[in-house]
Each structure stands twice: as structure tokens, then as C-alpha cells.
Design a binder for this molecule. Structure first.
Ligand code: GLN
Length: 207
């Protein structure tokens, strides 16, 4: 089973740990560089991206995170985690940095005051068995993507799920729904990158 860490500085860490465990991963928390060094993949949870950014700097994790992403570490970010994976933020708060890695620019809190939190069925490329239930909470959207990034899902014309190689990001929170398909997709990406057999037990090409 691949070891998948959850960046445990702020945000909905427990929900991701539970979803990863249900998806067949060995889930652990990551707060220190040594813990980051020990995982095969990482989830950056939803929460508040400015806070996560500042704590990552304070905990000495920002540069190690960038180094591991550059070296090909699979990372999945939901909501605030999506913001952390973006190469650019349209409206950053002062002092807010990102890890980067996905060639995209995101707009924070993009859906606006009238629509701060909502739920919608989202058809996600690469996920079988129907749309996923998207829970959006003060969610970002993707303002623009570069050539390297693949849009997996859009909502009202705005990309809300993006993949670039081993990096996956959603503007919504599958960890809050009990549907573990997104975490299974990510755990499979981690297992593949780690050279382990597919954790779902599916033979290559079976899908
Ligand atoms: N609006 C938050 C931010 O900018 C993200 C909200 C979330 O993760 N649910 O970081």
C-alpha cells in the first residue's frame, strides 16, 4: 500500500485521512520535513490557503514541498490545496505563496458571495460510474490553464478539476462526501509513480 501523507498544518485533514484509508492507502500526517520525505504521495487539504501557505513557510516545509513536486511527487489538492498547487493566484493575499507545479492561474473565492457554498454534480474525466457530488465551499476556480495542464471537469464554464502529470487538483471537496473515487484515482496515481501494483487490484487495461 502506498504511503500517502496529508499536509496537516490547517484544514480538513481528518476527512482526507479517512478517505485515503478507505481508498486503500496508508495515510499519515505530514508536519515536518522528515515526514514529507517518507511519503509516496501527498494531499493538501481544503482550508484556508493563506494560512496553509504561511504555516508551510514557518514549519520549513515550503522549499522541501517545491523540491519534491519538482522531483515528481504525486500531490492532490482540494480547494485550498488546489490554490497551493497553482503556479499563479490572480488575487493573492499579502505574503501568500504557493508550492506550484500546475500550469494554471486560480481565482480565490471565485464563485462570489451569493454562491459561497453550493453543491453540484460534476462529471470528472477519468472517474467512472457517474458524476461525483461536488461540495464547493468558498471555492476557487481556474482562471486559465497552460498547455501542460489537462482540465478534467468544468462548472459553469470554469475549470474546477485539473491534472498535470502526477498533480491533481479539485476546487471541490470529495473528502466530505463519503465517495472515495477521487481518492482512489489519486492513490492509483501514487501507486503507479511508486512502481507498486495498482492498489485497486485492476489489471492494466482492465478499465
Ligand atoms: N477560500 C479558501 C482559500 O482561499 C479555500 C476554501 C476551502 O478550502 N474550502 O484558501
Amino acid at each position: 500500500r502506498p504511503a500517502v501523507g496529508v499536509l496537516a498544518l490547517q484544514g480538513d485533514v481528518r476527512e482526507h485521512l479517512a478517505a485515503l484509508t478507505a481508498a486503500g492507502a496508508r495515510a499519515t500526517t505530514v508536519r515536518r520535513p522528515e515526514e514529507l520525505a517518507a511519503v509516496d504521495g501527498l494531499v493538501i487539504p481544503g482550508g484556508e490557503s493563506t494560512t496553509i501557505s504561511k504555516l508551510a513557510v514557518a514549519f520549513g516545509l515550503m522549499e522541501p514541498l517545491r523540491d519534491r513536486v519538482r522531483a515528481g511527487l504525486p500531490v492532490y489538492g482540494s480547494c485550498a490545496g488546489m490554490i497551493m498547487l497553482a503556479d499563479g493566484i490572480l488575487d493573492p493575499r499579502s505574503g501568500q505563496e504557493t508550492v506550484g507545479g500546475i500550469d494554471m492561474v486560480v481565482r480565490r473565492n471565485a464563485f462570489g458571495r451569493q454562491n459561497e457554498s453550493f453543491e453540484a454534480e460534476i462529471a470528472l474525466a477519468g472517474i467512472e460510474g457517474g458524476p461525483v457530488h461536488g461540495v464547493f465551499i468558498r471555492a476557487p476556480w481556474v482562471e486559465s490553464v497552460g498547455a501542460g495542464a489537462e482540465v478534467l471537469a468544468s462548472y459553469e464554464g470554469h475549470p474546477v478539476a485539473v491534472r498535470q502529470g502526477p498533480l491533481l487538483a479539485t476546487a471541490f471537496h470529495p473528502e466530505l462526501t463519503g465517495d472515495t473515487r477521487v481518492h482512489r484515482l489519486f492513490t492509483d496515481m501514487v501507486a503507479l509513480a511508486a512502481g507498486a501494483p495498482d492498489v485497486a487490484g485492476e489489471a492494466a487495461g482492465a478499465g
